[in-house]
Ligand binder design. Structure first.
Ligand code: ADP
Ligand code: MG
Length: 314
């Protein structure tokens, strides 16, 4: 394995949610992150440059719930909610990873970076919001929120409604220069948490917008901008499967780009979960990246070396 590689590691938000509440025993988030942090520290120790991205689905859900319980007014907009979870998870990764780096005597340090990601206000996603967020409501509540808050509501199960928001494509990472500068200064940046804070550009000015960006696609954009060698997407399953929901799911160890697009088109990887991970890996390889892998959260090092999980090759 050549030394001094650039590796972008994406950590799934669902993989770092504590397992359901006691009596099953909710483990604190930092404990769930520690094994991954240990392995990222080892990558840095051996000379690799690492950039970390994390999801925030469950965490932002909890935040919106708490806000609703507190009356919901003034509205907690999704850009601000995204920023809050970047702080929450950024802190936890910064601390666990920092502890491990110091423990190994590494010269690397780490820091979370509040990251804005530009989307197109005319993205088709805004005309047809699809991403459910927050809690379920009954039909009367849904109709009332549609009127009073301008929310788009969708019936997710008979009689149960959720708010849906747009999930536009990430176009530009605003803080890209800061990410490069941190890496050059020996700092492992934790960036674009939750896919980044969605903003739109009006001339030189940026402003937040109600949307949720898929973190796997943002990870791919960061990896491309950095000309990274490797994209490692860590989640709560050990690899991508064919016929995942069937009696006989078939694990995928290696995938060519052509196979990947074909299986994606054939519906093996649904939008909003495995789909964007596979798409991110395929686009990364097509854009000149050397390796990409989808693997389980505790397998950060194996995934970065493409020794475990589903590995994508050119
Ligand atoms: P993350 O928070 O890591 O982004 P997601 O829930 O978005 O996690 O995506 C991972 C989930 O995708 C897995 O828990 C699994 O239930 C689901 N999934 C759907 N299709 C597949 C598939 N073909 N292979 C593996 N996992 C799949
Ligand atoms: Mg996801």
């Amino acid at each position: 394995m050549p030394a001094r590689r650039r590796i972008v590691i994406a950590i799934g938000g669902n993989a770092i949610k504590p397992p359901s509440a006691p009596p099953e025993g909710g483990r604190p988030l930092w404990e769930l992150l520690d094994q991954t942090a240990t392995q990222i520290a080892q990558l840095a120790r051996r000379g690799d440059q690492v950039v970390v991205i994390h999801g925030n689905g469950p965490q932002v859900g909890t935040l919106l719930l708490a806000h609703e319980a507190a009356g919901g007014s003034p509205a907690l907009t999704l850009d601000v909610a995204g920023a809050e979870t970047q702080g929450q998870l950024g802190y936890l990764i910064q601390q666990t990873l920092g502890n491990r780096l110091r423990g190994l005597g590494s010269t690397w340090t780490t820091a979370g970076l509040i990251t804005q990601v530009v989307v197109d206000g005319n993205d088709r996603a805004f005309a047809a919001p699809t991403k459910p967020i927050g809690i379920e409501y009954n039909a009367a509540q849904a109709a009332s929120f549609e009127r009073s808050r301008g929310w788009d509501m969708r019936e997710v199960h008979p009689g149960r409604w959720r708010r849906v928001v747009a999930s536009p494509r990430p176009l530009d990472i605003v803080e890209m220069g800061a990410i490069e500068a941190l890496l050059a200064a020996g700092v492992i940046p934790i960036v674009a948490g939750g896919g980044g804070i969605p903003v739109i550009r009006d001339g030189a000015a940026l402003s937040g917008i109600e949307a949720v960006i898929d973190k796997d696609l943002s990870a791919q954009l960061v990896a491309m901008n950095l000309r990274a060698d490797t994209l490692a997407v860590l989640t709560d399953v050990d690899r991508a499967y064919l016929d995942f929901e069937s009696q006989d799911p078939r694990p995928l160890d290696r995938l060519t780009v052509a196979e990947g697009w074909r299986y994606l088109r054939d519906g093996h990887f649904p939008p909003g979960s495995m789909g964007p991970k596979v798409e991110a890996c395929l686009r990364f390889i097509e854009g000149g990246g050397q390796r990409a892998a989808i693997a389980a959260l505790p397998k950060a090092q194996g995934a970065a070396d493409c020794l475990t999980g589903t590995v994508f090759t050119a």
